[in-house]
Design a protein. Structure first.
Length: 325
């Protein structure tokens, strides 16, 4: 007697993971979407999403805004995860979610360090942490842009850095500070020696984006594709299971910066991203035009750059207090 049982259908979360990977979503986005879908299912008593629809999504998003009081960006991420689930995985088009109370989007001025505070902070960092922080400040990089930087995208001759697949999946070119040319060359010599050791040990592969690994099977072991700031240890890729050397963990720089801030006596709640804000503000302070400052950090809209003009104002939009007259 032949057993003609149909193979079991993949579990819902496995279907979500497969679809996210087919569409080349990042691993971080995958983790976030999976977490939101789990929370959505648990919120509705473990009902399968195919049995629910727009009213259930609205109820969950309303709960996040009203009861949990999440930020607007958090609520939007949850909404994106659920819309992806229904449209891309279940093939269901939801009605327009018009009755969802939106979390209030806070408008805050960015934290910016003065040039003196920036120098004091960098002076208390050392080694790779100093180089990372200096590159973020000196080139206007986002933290993950610095960590994901590849050797081939550092142009010493032109003193340029090419940021690949930045925010909004856009490439851009920014400056490589002259002060970092020699420290960065020395750093890359050490990284190259580490890569040679990995190759000798039978490893040496790095993650390649999207279909490049299939198109260029040997590229993952080439020097140019290696991370400028690699991890200190090999690890197993959570998707493919391949042992690779990933880029450095952002938490290490965050911890080092908190320690340096404390030692420098700086009380501002600064993070590595604060160095990027300081980059834009200090360029404007030195007289560079706003369009140039918009282009270098990769701001999609000049309105984003204009926020820094508010930071430049001295006390109440530049008005002199009557007490100071």
């Amino acid at each position: 007697m032949n057993d003609k049982r149909t193979p079991a259908r993949p579990r819902l979360l496995d279907q979500v993971r497969d679809r996210l990977r087919v569409l080349h979503y990042s691993y971080r986005t995958e983790q976030a979407y999976i977490d939101w879908i789990k929370r959505y299912v648990l919120f509705h008593g473990k009902r399968h999403p195919s049995e629910m629809g727009a009213p259930h999504v609205e109820a969950f998003l309303t709960h996040l805004a009203v009861k949990s009081r999440v930020s607007a960006s958090t609520q939007n991420q949850a909404k994106s995860a659920l819309l992806f689930l229904y449209k891309q995985v279940l093939g269901i088009e939801l009605d327009w979610l018009q009755d969802v109370p939106h979390a209030r989007r806070s408008v805050h001025l960015p934290v910016v360090l003065t040039p003196e505070e920036t120098r004091a902070l960098l002076a208390r960092l050392s080694g790779t942490h100093w180089l990372m922080a200096s590159l973020i400040y000196g080139s206007g990089l986002r933290l993950m842009e610095a960590l994901r930087l590849r050797v081939k995208d550092v142009d010493f001759a032109r003193r340029e850095i090419i940021v690949r697949d930045g925010k909004g999946a856009k490439d851009r070119v920014t400056m490589l500070p002259a002060r970092l040319l020699e420290p960065l060359r020395l750093h890359l010599e050490k990284v190259k020696a580490l890569h040679a050791e990995d190759l000798d040990a039978g490893y040496g592969e790095v993650y390649l984006p999207h279909a490049l690994a299939r198109k260029y099977p040997m590229a993952a072991r080439e020097w140019g594709w290696q991370y400028v700031f690699p991890s200190t240890k090999l690890s197993v890729d959570p998707r493919s299971g391949v042992v690779r050397r990933h880029h450095a963990d952002e938490k290490n720089l965050q911890r080092a910066m908190r320690k340096a801030l404390h030692e420098a006596g700086i009380v501002k709640p600064a993070t590595p991203h604060t160095l990027r804000h300081s980059f834009a503000t200090h360029l404007l302070e030195s007289g560079h035009d706003i369009r140039t400052v918009q282009e270098l950090p990769g701001h999609a809209n000049v309105k984003t750059t204009m926020i820094y003009t508010h930071v430049l104002n001295r006390g109440g939009r530049g008005v002199t207090s009557p007490l100071d007259r």
